[in-house]
Structures are given as C-alpha cells and as structure tokens.
Design a protein around this ligand. Structure first.
Ligand code: ATP
Length: 444
C-alpha cells in the first residue's frame, strides 16, 4: 500500500519522533525538533555513518570544525558570490518562490498574479561577530560542513602522518536560508550534514569516484536496511553541475512525493584547495615522497543530509497492515502500524515487559532483566496495559524485540522473546540473552 506523506508526518509527531520547532509558539518555517525517539534514530544513523566512514577505515580521519568561520573562507569557496537560488516574488500577494521550481515562471502558483523577474538570492544566513553590527563584523552560519574540512587540510597533513589517498569526515549542522522550505524535514533551513572529503592523486579520481558511489549505495542497503528498489543513482547533466564540480551523481530515494536527492557525490577537482591556497597565502600542496612530486590533490566528496536519510528510513519502514496479523500466538483484528526499521538503527532495541503488573516476584525479575540488558542496548521497561497492546505500541515505533517475563521465568530463568516482523516467539535463557541479541542485531 502507498504511504502518504501526511500519514508519516502525523505518525512522527504522534509517537515523538519529530515536532515542529517552537511548537507552542506556532512553529518556525524550515526548522524542526527531534523528540525522544527521533533523537535516538538520528544518532544511530550518524553513528552508522561515522563507523563506516572513520572507525572501520584506516584511510579516513574525523573532524569537528566550528560553524562560524572566517568570512574570507566563503569568498574563496565562491559561496559569497554563487551560493544563491533564483527568486521571484508575486506582485499581487507578495509570496516568494524559487523560480527554478516553477513550471510557469511568469504567474504566481498561489493567486495567479504576475511574478517579478528572477533575482539571485544568497542562501547563507548572516550574523555579526562582537557588539558592533557593521560590514567589518559580518559572518555567516556555514551552509555546508565541507569548507571546515578544506581549511583544516593542512593541519591534518601536518599532524596526522596521512598519505594520499586519504579522507577527512565530519558530521555537523549546516544552515541555508531556503526560499521555500518544505516537504516536512526534506528541505530545512537548519539541518545536519555528513560529509567526507577524499583526497586523491590527480588522474586517479575517476576510479575512486566509482568506488565511492558503490560504497555509499551499499551503506544505505546493508547498514541502514533501505530497500534497493527504492534507491537510484542519477548522473548530473553538465549544465546542472555546481560551480566547483567536474562530475556529480545524486543518490535518490523514492519518497511519497517522488524520487528526490538524499546524497550528492561530487568530483570537485582541486578547486577548493586551489582557492584556499590563493586566498590564504598558505601552501596547500602535497609532497609525494615516492615520486618527489608536489601537487594539489583532487577531491571526491560524498555529502548527505541526516534528516533526509532519516526521512527515507522512516518512509521505507512505515507499514500498515489492514485487518492485522494472525499467528499461532497472536491475533490482531485491527489495522496494525509497523515500523520495519533495520534493527541496527531502531531507536529502542528491546522492550522489557512483565506479563502482569505489581506481582512482586515478576516485577523484580523483569527489573533485573531490564537492568542487565540496558547496559548493552537501548531498552524500555513497559508494564502499562494488556500485553498485546504493549506489543502493538512497540511494533509501531520499530522495536525489534519484546521480551516477556512470566511466571515460568521464575522457575526456568528463561524469557519469551517476540520478534516484531514475524511475531514469532522464542524461549531464551536469561544468561544467553545478551550474546544472542548482540549477534542478531549487529552481525546477522
Ligand atoms: P537540493 O538540490 O535538494 O537543494 P543540494 O544539491 O543543494 O540539494 P548539496 O549542496 O549537494 O544539496 O548538499 C548535500 C546534501 O545535504 C543533500 O544531498 C541533502 O541530503 C542535504 N541538504 C542540502 N540542503 C538541504 C536542506 N535545505 N534541508 C535538508 N537537507 C539538505
């Protein structure tokens, strides 16, 4: 069944994944907050990326650079001049639109009024450093994390004994004053990026580019569990390329509103380092000992937005089962809502459920199991409502395991483990729980 966007948006609010920012004040366009479940999912996505990009790699190091940087960086990178979208305003209702998103560029899509000629609108948020608000104190909130990496390239080469090819990865906030934010958390004004700059010897960039595209696709499928058929690669046309890029592909997800970009992978040549060398006066060349050559490396950049990946994971996992499911142990006769998230990124891994409430021995045993597991997994203890209701509640937020402690547990030191997607139930010894769950979640 097709998932409508509205259903997913209302689900994320109802179950505490995403709230509009400043909610009790009526919200703020293009800004969102992540609730208790959302922050866990987001963190799991970022951890997964960080592990794949740095900890499992010998050739990539991490970085956390500041959001506000010397404004000369944005002049050098071309953002002050070029980081803009075309904007048209309606002469009648004064609404503003991104001209390149309009079919008819002369008529207002809302009221039919006449639109102004398009003008370039710079997307960087401006601020002032210090107490005086004059042109000398202007600074910008970074519109991408990449420049923080380029301006630390020399620090890293000088301190880390890295050798080409090597990468620098960063996760952090980025800000863009989008003309028309929208599609929920797809186009935001404040978001997080996961970016890696991979520096290579000129001449090797095409081979590395292909390899990175393949690795990135594999991450979505194998590490996040997104269905292969909902992902595709789109090659940019020459005229579409950003001012720095010599080649670019988008990884797109099949959202309910259509195929849209979740990650861009760009072959940036040596544009950024060359510009920073010119504007900073610092030597950013690389000396290759083996060949005694000195050159500015080329760079390949995979860049994705945490919120877009988060939304793709939710859309992919959201499932409605009309009429419910029936197995030998359970029968649900109403529409079921199921979040079939990959176990590795599920916000809560295990729900610990005492079969009955306020039965001293059962409660104590259930607490004991909960305390044992919570050192290893994000768990939730839940004793409110009938057991079936509790299963449903956890199915809906994507908890892969529900563990029930019953009277037999007191005799045999085993619990019933119930699986979200199949509703299968298995009896497992408490002593074996951690090793079995660890294996199933992280290795299978
Ligand atoms: P778009 O064409 O959708 O505006 P872009 O091509 O400008 O995106 P990039 O500059 O390539 O985007 O940024 C890399 C990634 O950062 C994107 O693939 C996306 O996941 C994320 N991103 C960019 N802009 C936004 C935004 N306004 N809100 C949320 N995520 C964004």
């Amino acid at each position: 069944m097709e998932n409508s966007f509205e259903k997913i948006v209302s689900f994320t609010k109802r179950r505490g994944f995403v709230f509009q920012s400043s909610d009790i004040y009526g919200g703020l366009g293009g800004f969102y907050d992540f609730g208790p479940l959302g922050v866990e999912l987001k963190r799991n996505i970022k951890d997964s990326w960080w592990n794949a990009m740095t900890r499992k790699r010998d050739d990539i190091v991490g970085l956390d650079s500041s959001i506000v940087m010397n404004p000369n960086i944005w002049k050098a990178s071309g953002h002050t001049e070029n980081f803009s979208d075309p904007l048209s305003e309606c002469k009648a209702c004064h609404k503003r639109f991104r001209t390149d998103h309009l079919d008819d560029k002369t008529k207002c899509p809302e009221c039919g009024g006449e639109l102004t000629e398009a003008r370039n609108f710079n997307l960087m948020f401006r601020t002032f450093i210090g107490p005086v608000e004059d042109s000398a104190s202007i600074a910008y909130l970074r519109p991408e994390t990449a420049q923080g990496i380029f301006v630390n390239y020399k620090n890293i080469v000088d301190t880390q004994r890295v050798k080409l090819p090597f990468g620098i990865a960063q996760i952090g906030k980025a800000f863009r004053n989008e003309i028309t934010p929208g599609n929920f958390i797809f186009r935001l004004r404040e978001f997080e990026q996961m970016e890696m700059e991979y520096f290579v010897k000129p001449g090797t960039e095409n081979e590395v580019f292909k390899q990175i595209v393949e690795e990135r696709m594999n991450w979505y499928v194998n590490d996040l569990g997104i269905k292969k058929e909902n992902l595709r690669i789109r090659y940019h046309e020459k005229e579409e390329l950003a001012h720095y890029a010599i080649g670019c592909v988008d990884i797109e997800y099949n959202f309910p509103m259509g195929w849209s970009e979740i990650e861009g992978i760009a072959s940036r040549g040596n544009y950024d380092l060359t510009q920073h060398q010119k504007c900073s006066g610092q030597d950013l060349t690389y000396y290759e000992e083996a060949t005694k050559e000195r050159f500015i490396p080329y760079v390949i950049e995979p860049s994705s937005g945490v919120e877009r990946v988060f939304l793709a994971c939710l859309c992919d996992a959201y499932t409605e089962i009309e009429g419910g499911r029936t197995t030998t142990t359970e029968s649900v006769k109403e529409t079921e809502f199921l979040l079939k998230l990959n176990k590795k990124i599920a916000p809560i891994k295990v729900a610990v459920l005492p079969l009955v409430k306020n039965k001293e021995n059962i409660t104590a045993k259930a607490r004991e199991v909960y305390n044992l597991l919570k050192g290893c997994f994000n768990c939730q203890y839940d004793e409110v409502g009938a057991i079936g209701r509790r299963y449903r509640r956890h199915d809906e937020i994507g908890t892969p395991y529900a563990i029930t402690i019953d009277f037999e547990t007191l005799e045999d030191s085993a619990v019933t483990v119930r699986y979200r997607d199949t509703m299968e139930q298995k009896r497992i010894k408490i002593d074996d729980l951690i090793s079995i769950l660890k294996k199933e979640i992280y290795e299978d």
